[in-house]
Design a protein around this ligand. Structure first.
Ligand code: AMP
Length: 523
């Protein structure tokens, strides 16, 4: 059996790890970097570029370079999150056949699972180059707060990339596994995971080889990108005030500014002041204009303080769900690149009234946890037991527009619940069921996972037929539904097809199509 790789498919960067001997190692890409930008581009001469190669040409080819596409995966084109991305991204985001968000660059449209597959195939390639063997099996991580559609799409992406996805694992759970492995003591830890695009918080109980997630919460549209955008906006205003020139509609200038803002943000984690210098950022009748601005740490902190505070709402909710107080938490583990910011560390430490743990490398720990889980899943015997939870309640829409939860959020997975449905009219032969995920009591505010019709209900008076529908969430957090007519015991087959997910034939076709593109070596 080939080795199992763990892939952290990040919004900003991706990372791959494997167990080498008995220890997990993070695999460097051929350029020597342990993380690879989650970027994909089609160059002016039609070449497909991934990772650092894509990042390096992003400024001069902004409209054909895709970044942060994880924020779009499994989302409806008309969702609020996608509208925000449409306003901010230099590349085109378009509406797909299933109303899903797709990306259009160099005249070609890609589904979000396809983009993710291109990034995953690159990670597979990095591992194969390093190990000198073919790699097929993988554990891929996702934000804990990803819903069913986002998980399904990530799993599809793995298949398109030619991977056998053994498990979709929650990112903070992977981090807890990496942190907890080999520790003898019993303790409750909080994993605070603030990455490029998403925020997750999980409370995990460790002890005796058992890693049990007690509760999780998060926001799949909050991360380092938001910090960058606040700074970009600030720099745009400063430049406008100084030079009287608007840069908002200049894609290349915006991309340069975005890159510079991210760099300035990272610099300000180590320094009190930094300079943003972008020569020839604009041109007008009076000649070229240069952007030379200084930013200090206090200014950046003022710009993003409310974004950091927003994470604390999720933290409070998570503690409530776990029925714990801050005094019950033994350790706080920081994960994700954005936790390198001193203010993030301070806010978290102040909240929990204890120093947060930064011994583990925040960019690599998720991939390490994923490869550990891979080895646990493939071992004949293991002394590690991982118990995870579902982040969102699963239920159905009722006839009056409300949401009836059948499986509550933070239930340990796998979990199965059944519900008996009946008819509301005499001789009714079919019932329509809308499966939803979310926390609102109003159905319309939650995510519609899919809908199905129960057919062939034998003729009877209203309320008599008994059809038991079982809702199942597997260890990947993926939902499936089955139905049984209790009178005849006959099973009805139901397919809940999530938006943006693909059938096996489509996956095969895309897998062949993408495999045909030989990617240039990363230098
Ligand atoms: P991740 O998704 O975990 O790779 O985190 C990526 C995010 O971390 C990006 O928004 C980066 O800009 C941010 N980041 C990385 N290093 C630093 C740093 N030294 N200070 C502040 N943010 C950082």
């Amino acid at each position: 059996m080939s080795r199992v790789i763990g892939i952290d498919l990040g919004t900003t960067n991706s990372c791959v790890a494997v167990i080498d001997g008995s220890k997990p190692i993070v695999i460097p890409n051929p350029g020597g970097y342990k993380t690879t930008p989650s970027m994909f581009a089609i160059s002016q001469d039609g070449k497909r570029l991934v990772g650092h190669l894509a990042k390096r040409q992003a400024i001069t080819n902004a409209t054909n370079t895709v970044f942060a596409s994880k924020r779009l995966i499994g989302r409806r084109f008309d969702s609020e999150e996608v509208s925000r991305a449409v306003d901010l991204c230099p590349y085109s985001i378009v509406c797909g056949e299933n109303d899903d968000a797709r990306v259009e660059i160099a005249g070609k449209t890609f589904t979000c699972p396809e983009i993710a597959a291109i990034l995953l195939r690159d990670m597979k390639h990095v591992a194969e180059e390093y190990l000198g063997e073919i790699v097929e099996d993988a554990v891929i991580t996702v934000p804990a707060h990803f819903n069913d559609t986002q998980r399904q799409c990530t799993k599809d992406a793995g298949k398109i990339a030619g991977l056998n996805v053994l498990r979709i694992l929650n990112e903070p759970t992977a981090a807890a596994l990496a942190y907890g492995i080999g520790r003898e003591v019993e303790e409750k830890i909080v994993v605070y995971d603030l990455g490029g695009g998403t925020f997750d918080i999980s409370i995990v109980e460790l002890g005796d080889g058992v890693v049990e997630v007690l509760a999780t919460n998060g926001n799949t549209f909050l991360g380092g990108e938001d910090f960058d955008l606040r700074l970009v906006d600030h720099l745009l205003k400063e430049f406008e005030a100084q030079e009287g020139l608007e840069l908002r509609h200049d894609a290349m200038a915006l991309q340069r500014l975005k890159d510079a803002a991210e760099k300035a943000k990272c610099d300000l984690s180590a320094m009190q002041t930094t300079e943003v210098n972008l020569p020839f950022i604009a041109n007008d009748a009076s000649g070229p204009r240069h952007l030379n601005l200084s930013v200090d740490r206090d200014t950046l902190e003022g710009l993003v303080r409310d974004v950091i505070d927003e994470t604390l709402y999720c933290v409070k909710q998570c503690l409530n769900d776990a029925q714990l107080g801050i005094e019950d938490v033994d350790h706080v583990v920081l994960v994700g690149g954005q936790t390198r910011m001193p203010l993030v560390q301070k806010v978290v430490s102040d909240y929990f009234r204890k120093r947060s743990h930064r011994g583990v490398s925040p960019d690599e720990v998720v991939a390490v946890g994923a490869c550990i889980q891979g080895s646990v899943l493939t071992a004949d015997e293991t002394d590690v037991l991982l118990l995870d939870v579902t982040p969102l309640s699963l239920g159905i829409a009722t006839f009056d527009g409300h949401f009836a939860a059948l499986i509550a959020r933070n239930s340990t997975v796998p979990v199965m619940k059944s519900h008996v449905f009946t008819t509301t009219r005499d001789e009714q032969s079919a019932v329509k069921i809308r499966v939803m995920q979310g926390e609102s009591t109003l159905a319309a505010d939650n995510d519609l996972l899919g809908e199905f019709i129960l057919n062939n209900i034998p003729p009877a008076r209203k309320g008599e037929p008994e059809i038991e529908v079982a809702f199942d969430i597997d260890a990947n957090g993926i939902v499936s539904v089955s139905a049984r007519d209790l009178a005849t015991q006959s099973e009805q087959s139901i397919t809940v097809s999530a938006r943006g997910t693909l059938c096996d034939e489509e996956i095969d076709m895309l897998s062949r199509e993408h495999a045909a593109f030989e990617l240039p070596e990363e230098k």
